[in-house]
Design a protein around this ligand. Structure first.
Ligand code: NDP
Ligand code: MG
Length: 381
């Protein structure tokens, strides 16, 4: 059988680890052509040795300074990462976090390749352009986020005949914390997700529920939905990931244990072609599956996210870009947890008071508005 030629952008991260764990248990089926990181090159070289990878992308100048580095084809700086894939590449995993890979992802959308897409931020920034771009080049975008991967399988390419879609959210670490305690939330508390073990940025986004707000917008762009066709509810156990609701009253849902290897494996194998016996779901062990509405006083990110989705154009990108900056400030201890959303909303108002919205923005329009945000960011005195 022909091996799957694989590139993993963001191989040193949490999603990268899950992808590599699947490759490790199916060694004969994969040829890992290339892997990348930001600056964690020691970990990258370790992965390269284990999986016999020849091409390394590192977003830093390191040639001649690191032992053994000359044994590899090294691509320094993220701007050269697009040279890592070639015509033989079968599947590309895009698991670089945040917007740093926006240009790269824009380029990949024109490649016509099969892309396992973990990163939601780039989809949200590109908005409707992304859908058109990917469709035109024949790219097959398989979302890896558990909710969107579930929708992808539930729809099974039938994007026309359903009523609405519901995704679930665990509610993060502060689902039951009294509202009056929110002002004292520490970085460590916000990083400790009850179910998923993830990178820092997405862990904070899960605590604020910006992650779910971004996922609602991501679903709109991935599946070409109307604003009123997508919503989210709380389901703390994270067993049911998404539901597709039909006009006749039928709802199809996808259930699995919360393990990112399950959605990722569906990129490579048929449902019955990947053995994950220990992960088989036994509902008798999960007799209590709970569902709650989202309280937007506790999670104002959901209200704000839906508002920017309705506005469209540059608004979702600006919401996401501001969030990325504000999460960095929070992780440095410079702003409070509750200010991540409060300052996002204040800055959004400022942006659109001074700039007009562009409904189908180009990559340059997106960069211009993000540059404006960098220069005019308002933080409380
Ligand atoms: P991590 O922080 O664990 O990993 C991020 C990866 O991207 C690392 O390989 C990192 O390299 C690389 N990277 C970060 N910044 C840059 C940069 N400026 N240039 C080049 N490479 C960079 O994140 P996750 O794996 O948790 O998440 C990745 C994406 O997947 C995110 O968009 C997230 O929203 C999404 N996602 C994650 C889920 C999860 O379970 N973790 C679930 C659903 C979606 P280095 O190690 O050198 O820093
Ligand atoms: Mg998710």
């Amino acid at each position: 059988m022909k091996k799957i030629n694989l590139i993993i952008y963001g191989a040193t991260g949490s999603i990268g680890k899950s992808v590599l764990s699947i490759v490790r248990s199916n060694r004969t089926k994969f040829n890992v052509q290339g892997i990348t990181c930001n600056n964690n090159y020691n970990k990258l070289i370790k992965i390269a040795k284990e999986f016999n990878v020849k091409k390394l992308g590192i977003n830093k100048k390191i040639k001649n300074t690191v032992k053994d580095i000359n044994k590899y084809n090294v691509y320094e700086d993220i701007s050269s990462f697009s040279k890592i894939y070639n015509s033989n590449t079968d599947v590309i995993i895009f698991a670089i976090s945040g917007l740093a890979g926006l240009d790269l992802f824009h380029k990949l959308c024109t490649s016509g390749k099969k892309i396992g897409m973990a990163n939601k931020e780039c989809i949200i920034s590109l908005g409707e352009n992304f859908y058109e771009l990917a469709k035109k080049s024949g790219c097959i975008i398989v979302p890896l986020d558990s909710e969107h991967n579930s929708i992808f399988h539930l729809l099974n390419n039938d994007h026309a005949s359903f009523d609405s879609i519901t995704i679930t959210a665990t509610g993060g670490p502060f689902r039951t914390l009294p509202l009056k305690s929110f002002k004292n939330i520490s970085i460590e508390q916000a990083l400790s997700h009850p179910i998923w073990k993830m990178g820092k940025k997405i862990s904070i986004d899960s605590a604020t529920m910006v992650n779910k707000a971004l996922e609602i917008i991501e679903a709109k762009y991935l599946f070409n939905l109307e604003d009123n066709q997508i919503d989210a509810i709380i389901h703390p156990q994270a067993i049911l990931h998404a539901m597709v609701n039909y006009e006749n009253g039928i709802t199809k849902a996808l259930l699995s244990k919360p393990d990112m290897r399950i959605p990722i494996s569906s990129l490579f194998f048929k449902f019955n072609g990947y053995s994950n016996k220990t992960k088989e779901l036994n509902l008798l062990e999960h007799s209590k599956l709970e569902f709650y509405p989202i309280n937007t006083e506790r999670y104002p990110a959901i209200r704000l996210g839906k508002e920017v989705m309705k506005i469209g154009g540059l608004a979702p990108n600006s919401f996401n870009y501001l969030n990325e900056i504000l999460v960095r400030y929070f992780l440095k201890g410079a702003i409070k947890f509750v200010d991540i959303i409060a300052l996002n909303e204040i800055n959004l108002e400022k942006i659109f008071a001074k700039n007009s919205n562009i409904m189908t923005p180009s990559l340059i329009d997106i960069k211009n508005i993000n540059g404006w945000i960098d220069k005019n960011l308002y933080l409380r005195d």
